[in-house]
Design a protein around this ligand. Structure first.
Ligand SMILES: [Zn+2]
Length: 156
């Protein structure tokens, strides 16, 4: 892929992420364009262009996903944007899809507790049992695992 096309793709991707992020901010609470821009910068540590934010808000409004009301903020009157019910519904759908993607991405780093079978995202507990390293969610599961093993052995 030529370099130019590649960086254009990355730009597209970031723009999509920016839009997605604008939606999550509106999902959190109603906001005016300027606060979206400043919150974005603060949280994502990246500038977002007003020429992306305002037309996007307008597009959302045209599609009935967002409405606005005018409220005085400081000395100026600003448009406060707020998701409509349809907008919230769209967001819930997006979040669900996004959560599934993230789950796929982190799944390989998960392990399953040898005792209770729960998925362990981080931390967990490891112990060498009968010269084999076993993974558990916690030391209590490790203890129960050893007890069960002992019982099985005794009943033989
Ligand atoms: Zn467990």
């Amino acid at each position: 892929m030529p370099k130019e096309a590649q960086s254009k793709n990355i730009d597209d991707l970031i723009i999509d992420f920016s839009r997605f992020y604008i939606l999550t901010m509106l999902y959190e609470k109603p906001a005016h364009g300027y606060s979206i821009i400043s919150q974005f910068k603060k949280r994502v540590k990246k500038e977002i262009s007003p020429s992306l934010v305002y037309p996007f808000l307008q597009l959302l409004e045209e599609k009935g996903l967002v409405t606005h009301s005018k409220k005085p903020v400081g000395e100026k009157e600003r448009k406060i944007f707020q998701l409509t019910d349809e907008g919230r519904e769209l967001c819930t759908g997006l979040f669900k899809r996004f959560a599934e993607l993230v789950a796929i991405a982190i799944e390989p780093s998960l392990y399953v507790c040898a005792h209770c079978g729960c998925k362990v995202y981080e931390g967990g507990y490891r112990e060498v049992i009968e010269s084999k390293e076993m993974a558990f969610c916690c030391m209590h599961c490790a203890r129960s695992y050893k007890e069960v093993k002992k019982l099985v052995r005794q009943s033989k």
